[in-house]
Design a protein around this ligand. Structure first.
Ligand SMILES: NC(=O)c1ccc[n+]([C@@H]2O[C@H](COP(=O)([O-])OP(=O)(O)OC[C@H]3O[C@@H](n4cnc5c(N)ncnc54)[C@H](O)[C@@H]3O)[C@@H](O)[C@H]2O)c1
Length: 393
C-alpha cells in the first residue's frame, strides 16, 4: 500500500504536546511530517521546536496554512477556539480532553464554588454545539484524544464485548493521583471545573465508550447515559487538612475529590471516582462486570514489571512510573508507560482516519456525551447528589 503523507502541526508546547510528539514518531500506517508548533508561551514554543528540529509559528493561522491536521494540546479553555479555527480551514483536529466546558463569565471574582452549575451546563453544551457545527461544515474531522479508549486493556475489552455479545451491568473505575503539575489546573476558569472533569473524564469516557460498543454490537444503537448523581469535595482546601508535603494543595477554587453514579438508558450503571488526594503514583483502573465475564483493566499501575530497589539513589536516572513518590522498595515499574496508557495507539488510529477515512472510536459525539454527563454531574453536586437527566450532548 502506498502510504499517504500528512502534514501536521502541534498547538501548545507543554506536557501533552510532548507525549503527542512521541506518539507521532511511532505512527507507521501513514507518513507524518511534523511541520511545526505554535504556542502562546513563545520561549517554551521555541525551545520545543528547536529540540525537535521543527519550525516555531508565531501565529495559529500561519501554522494552519502549512498543515493538514493539528493537535490541540492547549489548556481546556482554548480547545474550542483553536479547534474551530482548524475545522473552519478544513483541517483535521485532534483535540485533547476534555473537549470543552464552561470557563466563567470573565469576572475577576469568578469562583467555582459560587457558580450556578445549571449555567455552566448550558454554556458547556452551547460550546459543544458550536464545535459540532464547525465539524459538520468542515472537510476535516474533530477527533477526541481520549487515550483511555485506546488503552490496550480497554480495546481488549471492546473485542470481548463484540465477540461474546456480553451485557455490561456495572462499570466502576477511577483516575487519581496526588495532584496535577499544571498551573492552570488550579483554576476552574481555565479548566472548566476541578477533578471531576479533569480526571473523571477519563474513566467516564471509557465507560460511555464500552456501553456504546455493547449497543452497537447488539443492534447498531449506542447505549447512552440517562442520568447522573454526583458529589464533589475540596479536601485539600479544608481548613483542617494537615499538609505533610506529599499532596498538592494550592488549588484556587477546584474540587479535588469526585464521585459520579451514571445510569444508562438500559438501566445499567457506572461509578466513577476521580481525585487528587491519592499517594503511591497514578491510580487508573476500570472494572467491567458483565453478565458473561468480568474484566479488570489496570491501566496504571500494572504488574507487567515489578522492581525492588534497596536504595533511592540507585534509580536516580531511571524513570519508574508516573507520579510515584519514591523509587525505593518495590515498584510497579512500567516498561512502556505510553503504550499501556494508549497514547501511540490513539495517534496511529487518528492518522488512519485522516489518511484513509477509517472510522474513529473516540469521536466528537463520544466527547459530547462526556461533556453532557460531566456538567449534569456538576448540577447534581449543587443538589447534594440528586439524579439529573443527561441531555444529548
Ligand atoms: N490525555 C492525557 O493524559 C493528558 C495529560 C495531560 C494533559 N492533558 C490535556 O492536555 C491539554 C494541555 O495540558 P498540558 O498539561 O499539556 O498543559 P501545559 O500547561 O503543559 O501546556 C499548555 C501549552 O499550551 C500553550 N497555550 C495556552 N493557551 C494557548 C493558546 N490559546 N494558543 C496556543 N497555545 C496556547 C501554552 O503556551 C503551553 O505551551 C489540557 O487540555 C489537558 O487536559 C491530557
Amino acid at each position: 500500500m502506498n502510504k499517504k503523507t500528512i502534514r501536521t502541526g502541534i498547538v501548545g508546547a507543554g506536557f501533552s504536546a510532548s507525549f503527542h510528539y512521541e506518539a507521532l514518531r511511532k505512527v507507521h500506517g501513514t507518513n507524518v511530517e511534523v511541520v511545526g508548533v505554535h504556542a502562546k508561551d513563545e520561549p517554551q514554543g521555541k525551545a520545543y521546536a528547536e529540540k525537535r528540529g521543527i519550525r516555531f509559528f508565531e501565529n495559529l493561522d500561519a501554522l494552519l496554512d502549512a498543515v493538514d491536521a493539528i493537535h490541540v494540546c492547549v489548556p481546556p479553555m482554548a480547545h474550542e477556539p483553536v479547534s474551530v479555527a482548524g475545522l473552519r480551514r478544513d483541517k483535521f483536529v485532534i483535540c485533547e480532553k476534555p473537549l470543552t466546558g464552561y470557563f466563567g463569565d470573565g469576572s475577576k471574582d469568578f469562583h467555582w464554588d459560587r457558580v450556578d452549575k445549571q449555567v455552566a451546563l448550558e454554556a458547556a453544551l452551547a460550546s459543544v454545539q458550536r464545535m459540532l457545527a464547525a465539524e459538520r461544515q468542515s472537510k476535516g474531522r474533530l477527533l477526541y484524544a481520549e487515550n483511555w479508549v485506546y488503552a490496550p486493556a480497554v480495546q481488549k475489552e471492546r473485542e470481548i464485548l463484540e465477540k461474546t455479545g456480553g451485557q455490561v451491568l456495572w462499570i466502576h473505575g477511577e483516575e487519581a493521583h496526588s495532584g496535577s503539575h499544571s498551573v492552570d489546573y488550579a483554576y476552574a476558569a481555565r479548566c472548566g471545573g476541578g477533578v471531576l472533569i479533569g480526571k473523571g473524564c477519563h474513566p467516564l469516557t471509557a465507560a460511555l465508550y464500552l456501553k456504546r460498543v455493547e449497543g452497537r454490537t447488539r443492534n447498531g444503537n449506542p447505549i447512552r447515559p440517562k442520568s447522573v448523581s454526583a458529589r464533589t469535595h475540596a479536601i485539600t482546601r479544608l481548613p483542617g487538612f494537615r499538609d505533610e508535603g506529599h499532596i498538592r494543595r494550592d488549588y484556587y477554587d477546584i474540587d479535588d475529590f469526585s464521585a459520579m453514579h451514571v445510569e444508562f438508558d438500559d438501566g445499567t450503571i457506572a461509578d466513577v471516582f476521580a481525585s487528587d488526594i491519592v499517594l503511591g503514583g497514578v491510580h487508573n483502573w476500570l472494572e467491567v462486570c458483565a453478565n458473561n465475564h468480568r474484566t479488570i483493566c489496570n491501566i496504571n499501575p500494572n504488574t507487567a514489571m515489578q522492581t525492588y530497589n534497596p536504595l533511592e539513589k540507585n534509580f536516580a536516572d531511571v524513570y519508574v512510573v508516573e507520579k510515584i513518590g519514591t523509587k525505593q522498595g518495590w515498584a510497579c515499574t512500567s516498561p512502556e508507560e505510553d503504550w499501556f496508557t494508549g497514547y501511540p495507539q490513539e495517534i496511529e488510529a487518528f492518522y488512519r482516519t485522516i489518511a484513509y477515512g477509517e472510522p474513529a472510536e473516540s469521536d466528537s459525539l463520544l466527547a459530547a456525551d462526556a461533556i453532557a454527563t460531566i456538567y449534569s454531574a456538576y448540577v447534581s453536586t449543587q443538589r447534594q447528589g440528586a439524579a439529573v437527566l443527561v441531555p444529548v450532548g
